[in-house]
Design a protein. Structure first.
Length: 452
């Protein structure tokens, strides 16, 4: 049986970060990855000759972000795109009212004022909410106090619902009242014209990564851990489990002895959302130059409501829209061509015949992916922010968990995956790992690598 200092399960951002830091400290580390690629839920599809980020796309807020510091240290190019989170304003947005009519500047200003007014009331309702209150409960109380007209209330209600879907991949009635407490964006947001997975690919250089190794069982004892896969059995002093919350909830990996309640409780209480992407490329642009987002309000945007202009990545007119929460699960059951046709119908209800037939499309199915079983975690009713951090363990000093679901400050982000991987490495080493030195080490290895 092959024996290592540490086995890392999962070659996503958290697992690769942990492995890289441990190897840099002189440890013998094995990474086991079930997929035929690295990156996990960071998946840049380059089959068309340019990257399509089927998974993570954004750094949400670069101010004070160690993740952004890493991106800069590695000289990875980015594009500013500060409406990656679900915002009412910010950069230029083409808004359409509930009847599908384009809104002028005055109507848009009124709409933004309505949302900002409701947001202030919502913050008050959240601060005084009781255990068991859902985000639906607190938004309805805020809207009841808003004194807006019924039609304007309906538009804001839809905005709140869609925001929960996009930020959490969940239905608004399943999210805890505090489910968006950590949703603040500090500074600009950015996307990656060369593909987001450049980050994990560069971290991974030189690591011992075994693809196609789906882990089925982890057995821990006073002597360490034994990890079973269909293609081999491996032993180590420590194991870091970085599979998604969806995989943990599905009990796809058996743990012996069973994980303690301190870990299984958070697994059961936290939610795993579904957030799918639909990219459409068109023969010509039919929306305004400089527009970041097209957004349909109210009834016009009941299902398809927001389209993001990501044309800068490929140089071809491209819109990205999302199907999330219960709607996202439903759309997974349809043929991709039917999903695309439905999106195009919605666009034509706004722009008419100016919308040409798409020349290419990409549709994701994260809820059906056996190795993710969803897109990212959220604070379901009955859970708390502490559950995210409690999920990290460690268990018996030998088993650690990492990944976006284990980082309470900003779960559901690549940053959370990065920081949780850093934490796991520090716990195993018993000392701090400097992030500046970590980035410098990656650059130094690249400089020393032989030229192809």
């Amino acid at each position: 049986m092959n024996t290592f200092d540490t086995i890392v399960i999962g070659a996503g951002m958290s697992g690769l970060t942990t492995a890289r830091m441990l190897v840099d400290a002189g440890r013998n580390v094995l990474v086991l990855e079930a997929r035929d690629r690295i990156g996990g839920r960071m998946h840049s599809d380059r089959a068309a000759g340019f990257p399509v980020d089927r998974g993570a796309s954004w750094v949400h807020g670069i101010d004070g972000s160690p993740l952004w510091d890493l991106v800069q240290a590695l000289d990875i190019p980015t594009l500013e795109y500060t409406v990656g989170s679900f915002q009412v304003g910010g950069r230029p947005i083409e808004n359409f009212d509930g009847d599908g009519n384009a809104m002028d500047a005055a109507a848009t200003a009124g709409w933004i004022a309505d949302v900002e007014h409701a947001e202030r009331l919502l913050a008050e309702e959240i601060s005084t909410s009781s255990p068991g209150d859902t985000y639906l409960d607190v938004t309805e109380r805020a809207l009841d106090r808003s004194a807006l007209s019924p039609e304007r209330i309906d538009d804001v209600r839809e905005f709140f619902r869609h925001r929960v879907e996009e930020q959490c991949g969940a239905w608004i009635g399943d999210l805890d009242a505090h489910g968006l407490d950590e949703d603040a964006i500090d500074g600009d947001e950015v996307i990656f014209p060369r593909g987001y997975d450049e980050l994990p690919r560069r971290i991974a250089q030189g690591l011992d990564i075994r693809l196609g190794h789906a882990v089925t069982r982890v057995v821990r004892s006073p002597d360490g851990v034994v990890v079973d896969t269909a293609v081999g059995v491996f032993a180590a002093d420590h194991v870091v489990v970085t599979v998604s919350l969806g995989v943990l909830k599905a009990r796809a990996i058996a743990f012996e002895p069973a994980l303690p309640d301190a870990v299984t409780g958070p697994i059961e209480r936290l939610g795993m959302g579904v957030f799918n992407k639909i990219f459409l490329q068109f023969p010509r642009r039919f929306w305004d130059e400089g527009t970041y987002v097209i957004r349909a309000l109210g009834e016009a945007g009941e299902h398809w409501h927001s389209w993001y202009d990501v044309s800068a990545v490929s140089g071809i007119p491209t819109l990205l829209t999302f199907a999330a929460g219960p709607f996202g699960r439903h759309m997974q059951e349809l043929a991709d061509e039917d999903v695309v046709a439905d999106v195009v119908r919605s666009l034509r209800s706004l722009y008419g015949d100016a919308v040409g037939d798409p020349v290419a499309h990409w549709v994701t199915h994260w809820g059906e992916d056996d190795f993710s079983r969803g897109s990212y975690s959220h604070l379901a009713v009955g859970s708390s922010h502490h559950d995210h951090d409690e999920l990290a363990g460690p268990v018996d000093g030998v088993l650690h968990l990492a990944g976006e679901a284990t980082w309470g400050e900003e779960p559901a982000t690549v940053g959370a995956a990065y920081y949780s991987g850093h934490r796991a490495a520090e716990r195993i080493l018993g000392r701090a790992v400097d992030l500046v030195a970590f980035a410098a080490g990656i650059r130094a290895r690249e400089a020393d690598a032989p030229r192809a």
